[in-house]
Each structure stands twice: as structure tokens, then as C-alpha cells.
Ligand binder design. Sequence first.
Ligand SMILES: *[C@@H]1O[C@H](CO)[C@@H](O)[C@H](O)[C@H]1NC(C)=O
Ligand SMILES: *[C@@H]1O[C@H](CO)[C@@H](O)[C@H](O)[C@H]1NC(C)=O
Ligand SMILES: *[C@@H]1O[C@H](CO)[C@@H](O)[C@H](O)[C@H]1NC(C)=O
Ligand SMILES: *[C@@H]1O[C@H](CO)[C@@H](O)[C@H](O)[C@H]1NC(C)=O
Ligand SMILES: *[C@@H]1O[C@H](CO)[C@@H](O)[C@H](O)[C@H]1NC(C)=O
Ligand SMILES: *[C@@H]1O[C@H](CO)[C@@H](O)[C@H](O)[C@H]1NC(C)=O
Ligand SMILES: *[C@@H]1O[C@H](CO)[C@@H](O)[C@H](O)[C@H]1NC(C)=O
Ligand SMILES: *[C@@H]1O[C@H](CO)[C@@H](O)[C@H](O)[C@H]1NC(C)=O
Ligand SMILES: *[C@@H]1O[C@H](CO)[C@@H](O)[C@H](O)[C@H]1NC(C)=O
Length: 462
Amino acid sequence: MKHSYILPVAFCVVFLTLSLLVQARHHHSHKKHKHSHSHSHKSYETSPPQPPPLHDDYYNNNASGIFDVRSFGAIGDGIEDDTESFKMAWDTACQNGSDVNVILVPQGFSFVIQSTIFTGPCQGDLIFKVDGTVLAPDGPESWPKNNSRRQWLVFYRMKGMSLEGSGSIDGRGQKWWDLPCKPHKGSNGTALGTCDSPIAIRFFMSSNLTVKGLKVKNSPQFNFRFDACNNVHIESIYITAPKISPNTDGIHLEYANDVKIYNSVISNGDDCVSIGTGSYDVDIKNITCGPSHGISIGSLGNHNTKACVSNITVRDSIIKMSDNGIRIKTWQGGSGSVSGVTFNNIHMISVRNPIIIDQYYCLTKDCTNKTSAVSVSNILYTNIKGTYDIKSPPMHFACSDSVPCTNITLSEIELLPSQGDIVHDPFCWNAYGDLETLTIPPVSCLLEGIPQSLLDYDIGHC
Ligand SMILES: *[C@@H]1O[C@H](CO)[C@@H](O)[C@H](O)[C@H]1NC(C)=O
Ligand SMILES: *[C@@H]1O[C@H](CO)[C@@H](O)[C@H](O)[C@H]1NC(C)=O
Ligand SMILES: *[C@@H]1O[C@H](CO)[C@@H](O)[C@H](O)[C@H]1NC(C)=O
Ligand SMILES: *[C@@H]1O[C@H](CO)[C@@H](O)[C@H](O)[C@H]1NC(C)=O
Ligand SMILES: *[C@@H]1O[C@H](CO)[C@@H](O)[C@H](O)[C@H]1NC(C)=O
Ligand SMILES: *[C@@H]1O[C@H](CO)[C@@H](O)[C@H](O)[C@H]1NC(C)=O
Ligand SMILES: *[C@@H]1O[C@H](CO)[C@@H](O)[C@H](O)[C@H]1NC(C)=O
Ligand SMILES: *[C@@H]1O[C@H](CO)[C@@H](O)[C@H](O)[C@H]1NC(C)=O
Ligand SMILES: *[C@@H]1O[C@H](CO)[C@@H](O)[C@H](O)[C@H]1NC(C)=O
């Protein structure tokens, strides 16, 4: 994440996931209506077989309304602007008193939608079911002048919502990536200037969210951003953007907590997942990531800000052909901490910098060293295996002079060069920690104990 705008932390209440809620309701209504395939098996023997449910149970549930965008006038020919119909469908579904309301974007149609803020809270839970295609306007020229250029589809103040379906959401990012202010094709992908480009899907100040099954492609900028959200479950999604598309992070979190990202496949031009400040209790599991810039915590502490990130797990995942593997990046001059991070069972395939902590993160050449930094502590790397791109060392711990990294634990690390037999030595600078097992390549540069300087350093409490 390169240019975030800071938003106020919302007051968010911790809620159950929508899926749990919907399930609970289905079980409840199954008992009443005997629609269940799992619960009242007996009823099938004693009563005539029910017609199979249409897609999902909520279509048969009398507590659900289904609002097909076409019944609000949407055309879906891939050309016509269907924004107003989507807004009407939203308002109608959101105001309906049923327990669950479904907005249906039907299969076989492509709907062009302008930048829109879909606002809650709604009366009941809302399912935005995309079985067809939702298209962004085709690049900056087609983007209405009076629309925000920082975001496309925004879900705001939602409590209990699922964005799901078998369809796709296409940000048509090419013309944004080609803007002259972006790094050109073939460069490192390190955008220096900022030039606004929309985030495809943003959830803001929301809770009890599920995102499931969708394909999201070619976002002009981040594919997903969750800020000031809690209780988020992302499941089985596919995100694609070209390797050279700038800033197309797959999923960005900021002030997001209780987040689960499972069973998803991401390839793009920036981080697969980037975890920004204020995020905690994040569990990432079974992600296939790459080509990309890997999975990152940070960047944190830019412009001397305080950043707090804790209790993050990344496990059972594959990172391939990526510029980084698992990365923690902080700017000089920040404060706060990153603490309690576990990277477990990650398979690397030809990854540059598979394991990296960079407390000197900088996008320009003129970053000066400062006397404060976001501290990095209690980081466990276990069972990290595979191959690295020999352009850089497989392990790189560049910790701050004033605030060393502490309690880095390495266990079962086996990283081999992807070509040839040039073995790079791991790099450490001011990194304190232990080896639980021998590693390949061997690490001898971690320092033991607790650094003297840290004893007098006032770590910004998180
Ligand atoms: C969110 O989950 C909580 C349980 O943690 C539940 O009480 C609440 O009803 C849910 N809210 C919505 C809007 O679904
Ligand atoms: C929904 O189902 C319940 C229980 O079968 C019934 O009492 C109620 O009248 C139904 N509501 C509608 C709107 O059909
Ligand atoms: C809610 O939606 C259902 C199903 O479309 C409809 O029958 C009902 O009239 C709606 N209720 C309100 C208050 O709009
Ligand atoms: C932008 O302008 C169009 C046409 O003048 C208008 O219909 C639309 O509501 C405006 N949108 C916003 C977000 O102001
Ligand atoms: C690409 O990276 C190299 C070295 O890492 C650097 O010298 C060069 O300026 C970078 N190019 C861009 C466009 O950022
Ligand atoms: C991991 O995720 C992939 C992609 O969604 C899925 O096909 C696979 O079944 C998942 N594996 C497990 C063990 O859940
Ligand atoms: C860490 O986060 C997980 C969810 O990913 C949660 O179950 C666990 O309770 C959290 N641990 C602490 C110490 O808060
Ligand atoms: C900052 O500190 C690091 C570590 O001491 C050093 O390698 C680097 O050259 C310094 N950078 C500047 C700009 O002084
Ligand atoms: C070191 O980090 C591990 C997690 O990697 C944690 O369980 C342990 O308590 C930490 N030790 C200290 C002394 O903080």
C-alpha cells in the first residue's frame, strides 16, 4: 500500500458472521418448513419430495426478498449505464423488513456501474449476489467528472452483508495503469508520484461481512479495501490483475479486525494481502499468491505516524514468482508496534526476498534515518520452504538502529536457490532472535538476548 488516506477509526461492534446468522435462520426455518436436506431427512420419506431449492435456500425462504436488478430497469448489455437501477434495487432491498434480502445481478448479463456508495445499515441482512458481470466505466476518460476517482463500489455502514456469487467484477484498469503518472510497463512497479485511481471494492465502517466465491479482476488500484471494519470473512475468491499493474493490492486491511481470509487465489501487480495500521486478529489461510509482491504487513509509520498491528497469522499458503514472500515493512520515524505475527507452512516458489523485515522502507532516495521506528517483535517463522530468486538473499532482517527487532524465531526454514547453486547468506542488521531448528541456509547473524537500546526506548504503547 503506497498512498493511503487516513480515516477516522470507527466505532465497530463485534458481531457474528452473516453466514452463521443466515445458516442459523435457515436451520430455524427448515424446522418450520421442512425444506432441509440435512436436518429433517425423515420428512422426505413421509411427504412428497420438494422441488430442489433454486441455488440457495434463501430463495425459498419466505423471510427473504429477492430483488433482481433487471426489475429496476437494468439492461445489462455491457454498454448502458445501469447505475440508477442498482441504486434503486439497493434502496428497496435495504429498506425491506425481511430478515434477509437478496440483490441479484443475474448470470449472462454485464452491467456497467459508475462509482457508487451503497449505504447501510439496512433493515435486514443483505446479500449482494453477483452471478453476472459488473463492469466499471472504461478508464479515466469514461469516469464521470463529478465521481470520486478514489473508489468505485463502496459499501458503507453495513451490518450483516454478504457479497457473493459465481460472477465477476471487472475494474477495467488498463487505462488507469497507463496514465503517465504511473510507472511504465517493465519498471519496478514502485509508483513515486500519486495519481488517484479507484479502489474497486471498498467496505468502510462495516461489520459482519462475508465475501465469497467472486472473481475480481483488473482493478484500477487496490482490488479490495476494508477499513474500519470488523468480523470479516473472505472465502474462495479469485483476484487477478497483470504483474505490471501498479498498486493493485489484492486485499488491503486498515483498522480491520477479526478478519479471516481463506482458500483464495490472488495474482496481481502489488501485495496479495497488505495489512495496514490498526489491524489485529487476522487469520490468513490457504492463499495461493503470485505473481505479486507477496503478503505484507505495512507499510507502517509513514510521515512519523503511530501504527499498531498485532496477532496476525499467515499459514498453509503458496507464494510464487513474487518480488517478496512474507514481508514486514516500516518507515523510519514512526512509532507503535508490530507484534505477535506467525508465518506457518508457507511454500515459496522462485520468490525474491522470501522472508523480509525492512524497517528502512522508502520509496524515494531521500529518506533519512530517524531515531524512532515502529517496533517489530514476537515474529515466528515456521516451516517456510521452497526456492528463492537468487537476486537477493532468502532472509533479510533490516532492523532499525534505534529500535531493533526482537524475539524473531526461525524454525524449519529450507530455502534453496531456484537456479544454480549460488547460496546467499541471510542478512541481519540489529535483529534479535533465536533458531529453534537448523535452517537452510544457515543463519548466524541473529543477535541474542535483549538489546540495551530497547531498555531505554519508550515504545509507543498500542
Ligand atoms: C452480527 O453478529 C452478532 C453476533 O456477534 C449478532 O448478534 C448480530 O445480530 C449480527 N448482526 C447482524 C446485523 O447480522
Ligand atoms: C412465512 O411463514 C410463516 C410460517 O410458515 C407463516 O406464518 C407466515 O405467514 C409466512 N409469511 C409470509 C409473508 O408468507
Ligand atoms: C419485502 O419484500 C417482499 C418480497 O419481495 C415483499 O413481498 C414485501 O412487500 C416487501 N416488504 C416491504 C415492506 O417492502
Ligand atoms: C453527476 O452528474 C450527473 C449529471 O449531471 C448527475 O446525474 C449525478 O447525480 C451526479 N453524480 C454525483 C455523484 O454527484
Ligand atoms: C528500479 O529499481 C532500481 C534499483 O532497485 C532503481 O535504481 C530504479 O530507479 C528503479 N526504477 C524505478 C522507475 O523506480
Ligand atoms: C485451498 O484453496 C483452493 C482454492 O480456493 C481450494 O481449491 C482448495 O480446496 C483449498 N484447500 C483446502 C485444504 O481447503
Ligand atoms: C488472535 O486472533 C485469532 C483470530 O485470528 C483469535 O481467535 C485469537 O483469540 C486471537 N488471540 C488473541 C491473544 O487475541
Ligand atoms: C540508515 O541506517 C542504516 C543502518 O545503520 C545505514 O545502513 C544507512 O546507510 C543509513 N541511511 C542513511 C540515509 O543514513
Ligand atoms: C516470543 O514470540 C513468541 C511468538 O513468536 C511468543 O509466543 C513468546 O511469548 C515471545 N517471547 C517473549 C519473551 O516475549
